[in-house]
Design a protein around this ligand. Structure first.
Ligand code: SF4
Length: 287
């Protein structure tokens, strides 16, 4: 059975892993320490869930994840910390990201992977592109809201039911892992010329995220999707100790000009009724 590589960040291309003959496993985190310990519950949950995998890729997209790469309970030779620069508009930042993909490739070869021929990589890229574009989005009736923020842990998915019970519907799931974090469609000419460069271009230059400087891709994506889906309000989900998503609260209020509430995840169970009440209040106001 081939080696499985665990990752969470959307800046780790599954295509690159699979083209090496390894299995790409994006982790749906669950658990994680209470926020009282001072660590992001999501980062902690990811490190715990990934610890029984063959190898793990962390990214430098936030300090918490960087720290988890040093503290996770897995043989260090099976941990890869990938540098993903926050700045993205310079040629130097793009070159660094591309170099990191090549370094990740050498890491995978050490684990038993095989460096792919260009055609092999392009084939895997096409398959992923088709899979991404074929998923039809079904939206139930109800007041349309957007869920924006970090990836949800398994135990946080009750938020979607909570929205539905309150009379709303999540018409835009912009949490991490959903369509917000998909790269733009690959270009056939780009793949024919140099598939790794095309992969890097679409991942590094088109995925919107809160850690990017500037964060214009995220603001533009949300403005476009909110208008397209006539979204009436936003639920910003952030984990305790996460400054990156917390900083988006003011940004989203200013740029979207619709009601935005922030939900803190990863605290104590007695916070849950308060979160439910806040969601019900938001949807009540929007009706
Ligand atoms: S939720 Fe925030 S602090 Fe936690 S891993 Fe994601 S970006 Fe980092």
């Amino acid at each position: 059975m081939s080696v499985s590589i665990a990752y969470l960040s959307p800046f780790v291309p599954a295509e690159w892993i699979e083209a090496h003959g390894l299995r790409a496993r994006r982790v749906e985190a669950e658990g994680g320490v209470s926020a009282a310990a001072g660590a992001c519950p999501l980062a902690t949950a990811f490190a715990q869930c990934a610890s029984d995998r063959d190898a793990v890729v962390f990214t430098t997209t936030c300090d918490q994840m960087r720290r988890m790469a040093e503290r996770c309970c897995i043989d260090p030779s099976r941990v890869f910390l990938m540098n993903v620069p926050a700045t993205w508009e310079t040629a130097g930042a793009f070159a660094l990201y591309t170099a990191e993909l090549r370094r990740l490739g050498r890491f995978m070869v050490r684990l038993g992977g095989i460096a792919p021929a260009a055609q092999q990589l392009a084939t895997v890229m096409r398959e992923h592109d088709i899979a991404r574009r074929s998923g039809a989005v079904v939206v139930d009736g109800g007041t349309p809201v957007a869920m924006v923020g970090a990836p949800l842990r398994r135990e946080d998915r009750w938020l979607f039911d909570c929205v539905n019970h309150a009379g709303g519907c999540v018409a835009l799931d912009a949490t991490e892992g959903g369509p917000r974090c998909w790269p733009a469609q690959f270009d056939e000419r780009g793949m024919a010329a140099d598939p790794l460069a095309e992969l890097a271009r679409k991942y590094f230059l088109t995925i919107p995220d809160a850690f990017r400087r500037p964060d214009t891709l995220l603001q533009e994506y949300l403005q476009r999707e909110v208008a397209l889906r006539t979204i009436r309000g936003v639920i910003l989900v952030r984990y305790l100790w996460c400054d990156q998503w917390h900083a988006q609260l003011v940004r989203l209020k200013e740029s979207l000009k619709i009601p935005v509430i922030e939900i803190d995840l990863g605290g104590q169970d007695h916070d849950l009724p308060r979160i439910r009440t806040r969601i019900e209040s938001l949807i009540g106001i929007l009706r």
